[in-house]
Design a binder for this molecule. Sequence first.
Ligand SMILES: [Cu+2]
Length: 131
Amino acid sequence: MRKTNKRAFWALGFLSIVLLTSLTACKRQPAQQLGPPTGRYKLKGEVISVDKANRELMIKHADIPGLMAAMTMPYPVKNDKDLNAAARGDFITADVVVQNGEMWLENVQVTRRATAADSSPWASSVTILQA
Ligand SMILES: [Cu+2]
């Protein structure tokens, strides 16, 4: 009787340790998934607007595998060179740098300059149809 009690005690202790570690493991995972994974991602997209005062490019971008689906969103730009590289309506490629929960663009390269037609209010829909 005593032996089984002891065994039950140890079994319970072992179980609670297993439970505790699995619980903390579960807690840790969502915290890591909150921010996007650190790295460099290739972005392809169209510049919707340039906000030089806030150092941001609004970009309508294609899927970025491993990071995010296609969408239109603002991206911070750190270098003057990258900030001044593109204008509204330009098609660009760039690196999305993700580090310490921060995200910004680097190596902005214009692949196609906006034409006069692109500057019209219909530019975006026209370029979608061409793409
Ligand atoms: Cu995005």
